[in-house]
Design a binder for this molecule. Structure first.
Ligand SMILES: [Zn+2]
Length: 265
């Protein structure tokens, strides 16, 4: 998703507080993530239910891009799309990835009333009705739609095992492994109630092109499954080993934006 080749990361010298020097939009008016303040949220009865049509085998590869672990999808047609919710068009799934911390006290990017979750899943979609390529969509204000799912630790998540059991294959930055026929529907909670607001990518280039759909209900994975994420590395096989943890950007200023909820409390 990088348009340039500037170095960025989550360390002291290249972390989120430094990103603005190469990506000035980091200080823009619709940056993500945010803290969702439940008292400021507006219930919008016009918001439609989110429809998820992830029916066929369109997943391709699992990879470690040095910032997260990602699964990418064939996005040449509308076989794996979301629609409804706050969206005017269907949006095609391009990839999903995760953000997590060193322990259960931190890791998510969005927070709810100031509280973090141990991990957050992002399913990144693009508007192929209006734009020709993912890159073109990423530059447009209504180009992308990202579904955010909080992960809590507790009981083991059966649908997550295929993924967590494959993570050892992409331990190092720049490594890939085939990952066919994985349906990410299994990673969504049964209730699809959501919050929505206009925002951005949470990693450089931080484009302000994302309609965020953050699900109210978290999914649960075991501490053992979570530990497998923390064993991944930011570093290549040749570098000094640095564990891939705390790969999250903290909440950004709301700057007058309104967060709408599809549900009443
Ligand atoms: Zn993300």
């Amino acid at each position: 998703m990088m348009t340039g080749h500037k170095c960025w990361g989550y360390g002291q010298k290249d972390g989120p507080s430094e990103w603005y020097s190469s990506y000035p939009v980091a200080q823009g008016n619709r940056q993500s993530p945010i803290d969702i303040d439940s008292k400021q949220v507006i219930f919008d009865p016009c918001l439609k239910p989110l429809r998820v049509s992830y029916e066929l085998c369109t997943s391709l590869e699992l990879s470690n891009n040095g910032h997260s672990v990602m699964v990418d999808f064939k996005d040449v047609d509308d076989k794996t799309v979301i629609s409804g919710g706050p969206l005017e068009d269907p949006y095609r799934l391009k990839q999903f990835h995760f953000h997590w911390g060193t322990s259960r006290g931190c890791g998510s990017e969005h927070t709810i009333d100031g509280v973090s979750f141990p991990c957050e899943l992002h399913l990144v979609h693009w508007n192929a009705r209006k734009y020709r390529t993912f890159g073109e969509a990423a530059e447009a204000p209504d180009g992308l739609a990202v579904v955010g799912v909080f992960l809590e630790t507790g009981k083991e998540h059966a649908g997550m095992n295929r993924l967590t059991d494959a993570l050892y294959m992409v331990k190092f930055k720049g490594t890939k492994a085939p990952f066919k026929c994985f349906n990410p529907r299994s990673l969504l909670p049964s209730c699809l109630d959501y919050w929505t607001y206009p925002g951005s990518l949470t990693t450089p280039p931080l484009c302000e092109s994302v309609t965020w759909i953050v699900l109210k209900d978290a999914i649960r994975i075991s501490e053992k499954q979570m530990e497998k994420f923390r064993r991944l590395l930011f570093s290549t096989e040749e570098d000094e080993r640095v564990h891939m943890v705390n790969n999250f950007r903290p909440p950004q200023p709301l700057k007058g934006r309104v967060v709408r909820a599809s549900f009443k409390v």
